[in-house]
Write a protein that binds this ligand. Structure first.
Ligand SMILES: NC(=O)c1ccc[n+]([C@@H]2O[C@H](COP(=O)([O-])OP(=O)(O)OC[C@H]3O[C@@H](n4cnc5c(N)ncnc54)[C@H](O)[C@@H]3O)[C@@H](O)[C@H]2O)c1
Length: 380
């Protein structure tokens, strides 16, 4: 019989919904030692958070996250609020002995991130950071193939994360829905928001990044600020591209922008090794493309693996439907909850832990430093 684990959710936006869906679904599909219970949802607007709680099945609401953390009936705190609030909430939750599931990026910068790591490690509380793309089955399969040595020595890693939603100069910055454009709330632009995902996956698949050479651009220099009503300078990076060296000797090439007209959320990566290559595309997330140079010459070519096998060969897929039927974006969050609950029952954290996510933060910091100083920067 699974033991209940009482969740306190902070934030009811995009991620509040994605995570609530995962908590609601996970016990239907996975046999786990813990069963999440939607105990309380928290945000500042009582009517809005009550409507959210009613829709998703939370038992109660709070309008102050400090009250939520004080509650003895909350076991785990889920941080789904803008980046500038992650640190303060995580420090308080760790001090109260709560488990923590924190949205990415871990923090506004590595100094904050280090403080958060020390807090959870001192408190000994299970933790995880929601770099959910690791748990798209095709991406997890890529990790297994690389770890089995099927690509051999790795030469190249390249990744893109492209969007187009901030091209209009009339779009304001700041406040609900647009905090991503406000450096005070987001910390950075596409670097912390989008490239952080690419960097987390890259470190997981291909190991540590040692140094970076980056450029950033802010195409729209000033926007009306929703909180002040004034036209203010834009402090975020609208676009970022960087080159890097991985510690395994391979070269990396990363690009992200919110100005790639026609692209809504195009996350792709490709890895080229001595014996083979892999590529993946979020728009076709259930497929992994694999080229194996070991194939017989006349049949050699890219194969497109539909990652839906139910036999246990394809990660997580034995929990879902029948072979050939695919799953989607939201399932990556269900998988992360499942792995977290397994680990938490043993008193452990689930990767990426706060400490793992700090590595990504350090790369982001180095990218921004390199771009502003116009020279290569060492990570860490
Ligand atoms: N893993 C992913 O793929 C992914 C995707 C999107 C966002 N994120 C991350 O999730 C976090 C939230 O992003 P989002 O897209 O859900 O944002 P959102 O704007 O949709 O929602 C933010 C929520 O925070 C609440 N909030 C703001 N200030 C608060 C306060 N002081 N107290 C309580 N609640 C408060 C708002 O009411 C809102 O419900 C960010 O850190 C973001 O980077 C991760």
């Amino acid at each position: 019989m699974a033991k209940p684990l009482n969740i306190g959710m902070i934030g009811y936006g995009f991620m509040g919904r994605a995570h609530s869906n995962a908590y609601n679904r996970v016990s239907n599909f996975f046999d786990l030692p813990l069963r999440p219970v939607l105990k309380a949802a928290c945000a500042r607007n009582a009517a809005a958070v009550q409507a959210f709680a009613d829709r998703w099945g939370y038992e109660s609401i709070e309008t102050d996250w400090r009250r939520l953390i004080e509650r003895p009936d909350i076991d785990a705190v889920d941080i789904c609020v803008p980046n500038n609030l992650h640190r303060e909430i995580a420090l308080a939750a760790a001090a109260a002995g709560k488990m923590i599931l924190c949205e990415k990026p871990l923090a506004m910068n590595s100094a904050e991130g280090e403080e958060m790591c020390q807090a959870v490690e001192r408190a000994g509380v299970p933790n995880t950071v929601w770099y959910n793309y690791r748990r798209v089955p095709a991406v997890t399969l890529a990790k297994r193939l690389i770890d089995e040595g099927r690509l051999g020595r790795i030469f190249h890693y390249r990744a893109n994360f492209l969007q187009d939603w901030t091209i209009s100069e009339d779009l304001p910055q700041g406040g609900a829905g647009l905090w991503r454009l406000d450096a005070a709330a987001a910390g950075s632009g596409v670097t912390g928001d989008l490239l952080a995902h690419c960097i987390d996956t890259a470190i997981w698949l291909n190991g540590r990044i040692s140094d970076v050479g980056a450029m950033t651009e802010t195409f729209v220099k000033q926007r009306m600020h929703n909180l002040t009503g004034q036209v203010e300078p834009v402090g975020i990076d609208d676009a970022c591209a960087f080159l890097c060296h991985f510690q395994n000797g391979s070269l990396g090439l990363f690009e992200s922008t919110r100005y790639a007209r026609g692209h809504k959320a195009l996350y792709t990566f490709e890895i080229n090794g001595e014996h083979g290559s892999l590529k993946w595309d979020l728009h076709d997330l259930h497929r992994l493309e694999f080229f194996d140079h070991g194939d017989e010459g006349r049949l050699r070519g890219w194969r497109s693996i539909h990652v839906t096998d139910h036999s246990g060969d394809h990660p997580y897929m034995d929990k879902w439907w029948v072979p050939g039927l695919q799953i989607g974006y939201e399932h990556s969050f269900v998988h992360q909850v499942a792995d977290f609950l397994e680990a938490a029952a043993r008193g452990e954290s689930a990767a990426p832990t706060f400490r793992d996510a700090l590595e990504t933060q350090q790369v982001c910091d180095a990218v921004l430093r390199s771009a502003s100083e116009r020279q290569w920067a060492t990570v860490g």
